[in-house]
Design a protein around this ligand. Structure first.
Ligand SMILES: NC(=O)C1=CN([C@@H]2O[C@H](COP(=O)(O)OP(=O)(O)OC[C@H]3O[C@@H](n4cnc5c(N)ncnc54)[C@H](OP(=O)(O)O)[C@@H]3O)[C@@H](O)[C@H]2O)C=CC1
Ligand SMILES: Nc1nc(=O)c2c([nH]1)NC[C@@H]1CN(c3ccc(C(=O)N[C@@H](CCC(=O)O)C(=O)O)cc3)C=[N+]21
Length: 271
């Protein structure tokens, strides 16, 4: 069974439209990437399209060196006409991601990458939780109950795996969380016993039907471009035995809506 993510995205979008209507400022989002990979290119395209539909001013800044990125980031962080700053992950390996994301003004950090916002997350403040993690949690709470459920997350990135874990542990959700990665032993045993599986590894069709139990809720975060087509980290046949978010049209569309909502919220607040 496929989980309907588009209706959820639409609901968030309606709230965004309302905020934009009541905002005195022209909302503006600036997105950064350094040598973007295919999934980042896919996201930037989705952002551009969505911003255009909503009437949010959108500036894409793609660089091939960190110096230009840093200079621009410093300027945009101080710019009152900019309401949201997004920096795509991953950055090239030789770049210290922490020092780059620390330059984002925390109040414009709509993707929640500045350590101030990641720190707030540990205290349960989710206004600036990473958008993808927020999308995963929105999808899960609108699909199933979480209390006492066994949730297995595959992937431990700062963008997805780790913030999802923190959010699912919050006391008003209280799932029991296991986070897996490349050094995890007996991964199949873990995923197969889970009520909820969140997959964010970046490998096409990584999770196969044998790895999940009947009626589990499976959230596919993966965006992989294979022969020009977007496919997830979960094999589509998983839908035959479990509840599954589609790719495309799943987590990605909710993530984009949340990102735009955050920009609109900042513009509305006048920040
Ligand atoms: N839909 C959306 O809105 C979004 C989609 N994405 C997509 O999600 C995917 C993951 O992104 P992101 O979290 O940034 O990726 P990263 O590359 O930063 O992290 C991948 C994680 O997966 C783990 N992993 C990789 N291979 C295996 C394996 N064989 N077994 C167990 N764990 C494994 C890695 O483990 P280790 O730490 O040990 O290396 C790592 O923790 C990508 O396809 C990305 O494009 C990302 C963000 C948003
Ligand atoms: N700091 C950071 N945060 C991210 O959230 C992040 C990132 N870096 N780096 C790149 C990945 C990738 N990603 C996507 C999100 C939505 C779509 C999306 O909306 N895709 C559409 C359209 C796909 C298509 O082109 O058909 C869909 O899934 O339906 C794609 C890709 C976010 N990422």
């Amino acid at each position: 069974m496929l989980i309907d993510c588009k209706s959820l995205a639409k609901k968030i979008e309606e709230e965004t439209v309302e905020l934009l209507k009541n905002s005195k400022k022209q909302a503006k989002l600036v997105s950064y990437a350094l040598n973007p990979d295919p999934s980042t290119v896919s996201y930037l395209k989705s952002q551009q399209k969505k911003a255009q539909t909503l009437g949010i001013e959108y500036v894409m800044k793609i660089f091939d060196n960190s110096q230009e990125l840093v200079e621009n980031l410093k300027k945009d962080s101080q710019d009152e006409t900019v309401h949201g700053i997004f920096v795509a992950h991953p950055l090239p390996k030789d770049i210290d991601e922490l020092s780059v994301v620390s330059l984002i003004n925390p109040e414009k950090d709509i993707e929640g990458r500045n350590p101030v916002n990641l720190g707030r997350l540990f205290f349960g403040i989710e206004d600036f939780a990473p958008c993808t993690a927020a999308a995963v949690v929105e999808i899960l709470t609108s699909t199933t109950s979480l209390e006492g459920k066994k949730a297995v997350i595959v992937g431990r990135s700062v963008t997805v795996g780790q913030p999802v874990a923190v959010m699912l542990l919050r006391k008003d959700r209280s799932a029991t969380v296991t986070v897996c990665h490349t050094k995890t032993k007996n991964l199949v045993e873990l995923t197969k016993s889970a009520d909820i599986v969140v997959v964010a590894v970046g490998k096409p069709y990584f999770l196969t039907p044998e790895m999940v139990k009947e009626e589990a809720v499976v959230v596919d975060v993966g965006i992989n471009v294979v022969e020009g087509k977007v496919v997830g980290d979960v094999h589509p046949d998983v839908e035959k035995k479990a509840f599954l978010t589609p790719v495309p049209g799943g987590v990605g569309v909710v993530t984009t809506s949340i990102l735009m909502y955050r920009v609109a919220r900042n513009a509305f607040r006048g920040g």
